[in-house]
Write a protein that binds this ligand. Structure first.
Ligand code: SD4
Length: 330
């Protein structure tokens, strides 16, 4: 018996000699941990065409040792300060009374988050949101309180209603009979950005001037953690763009992250959330919502109710726009 066992073991040992090295060493080989690291390469995604310039700034942060949090803040600040953009920060379209009111939030890999809503005359609400996160015990500050907080922290007051935005608002006012809020869906919407740094940590940011010509005081999904943005470093991150009311109703970004936790890919998770929105709304006219998601493996995906939603992807091999899949044609 003993001899037979020995022979069997010898046979196994000699067979092992012919196993290719890559297979034989698969359990202990450092190549495996390298593979894991490959998946943790930095990646940034953000909504719409303005995402390209934002991703560039975010990438520069990552390359110079910044965290994912530094990256998303730096990235979306570009869009906030771009006065040609009509739906974020400076130059954003105002509410029906002509006041530009801004919403933003930010979240890091430790579930820390900060937000501002109905903030006026401050160009970079995302940086105020970060200060709320890092320098107060609160998550969200709104309105005059948010403005006072920002001024105390050294932000400067600025008129955000540019000539272009004012002209558009006045033209809208002329059409008195059509005086309804207009959802933006032509590639000039909120910026939501998600990033993974080289440590594999995730962060996200979302910032907007909201629904053009909204009722004064209206706040959408963008500054609401779990609606416009959600990050769970164990699973992934998601953000939303489009009609905020619909996103809030299904706790959109949180839902997308939970779906990824169940094993769905980023695109599948976004698609299921979009389908949920469609099921919960009887009237889908003009109801555009797009979700964007990034998981811990660095995989990305997006999905929207209607055609036209796209997002910018940047990593060390690519820097491009991707058209999201969708359900309905306009
Ligand atoms: C919001 N999701 O405030 C944002 C953006 C938006 O037109 O509506 N843009 O609902």
């Amino acid at each position: 018996m003993k001899r037979r066992l020995f022979l069997n073991l010898s046979a196994l040992a000699s067979f092992a000699l012919f196993i290719p090295k890559s297979i034989a060493k698969v359990k202990s080989d450092p190549i495996k941990s390298n593979l894991n690291r490959v998946k943790k390469k930095p990646v940034i995604i953000s909504t719409w065409n303005h995402g390209l310039a934002a991703n560039k700034a975010a990438w520069e942060k990552l390359e110079t040792g910044g965290t994912a949090l530094d990256a998303v803040e730096a990235g979306v600040r570009i869009t906030e300060s771009d006065e040609t953009n009509r739906s974020v920060g400076l130059g954003g379209l105002p509410d029906r009374d002509g006041n530009v009111t801004l919403d933003a939030c930010i979240m890091n890999h430790e579930n820390e988050c900060g937000a501002v809503a109905f903030l006026q005359e401050i160009e970079n609400p995302i940086s105020v949101a970060r200060k709320v996160m890092e320098e107060t015990p609160h998550v969200m500050i709104v309105g005059i309180g948010a403005q006072e907080f920002a001024l105390k922290k050294g932000f400067e007051k600025k008129n955000l209603l540019t000539e272009g935005a004012k002209k558009a608002w006045m033209e809208w006012k002329e059409k008195e009979d059509k005086k309804k809020p207009v959802i933006n869906h032509e590639n000039h919407d909120t910026i939501g950005m998600l990033a993974m740094d080289k440590e594999g940590n995730l962060s996200g940011a979302c910032t907007t001037s909201g629904w053009a010509y909204k009722l004064p005081g209206r706040v959408g999904d963008s500054p609401i953690i779990g609606a416009g943005l959600f990050v769970d470093n164990e699973v992934g991150a998601a953000c939303a763009t489009g009609m905020g009311e619909a996103v809030i109703r299904i706790a959109g970004s949180s839902s997308v992250v939970e779906l990824m936790r169940q094993g769905y890919s980023p695109e599948e998770a976004c698609k299921i959330a979009v389908k949920r929105i469609q099921r919960k709304h009887k009237n889908l006219k003009n109801l555009q919502v797009g979700f964007l998601a990034l998981n811990k493996d660095g995989e990305v995906g997006g999905y929207s109710v209607y055609a036209g939603f796209n997002y910018a992807l940047k990593n060390d091999v690519t820097d491009k726009m991707i058209d999201a899949n969708y359900d309905l044609e306009w």
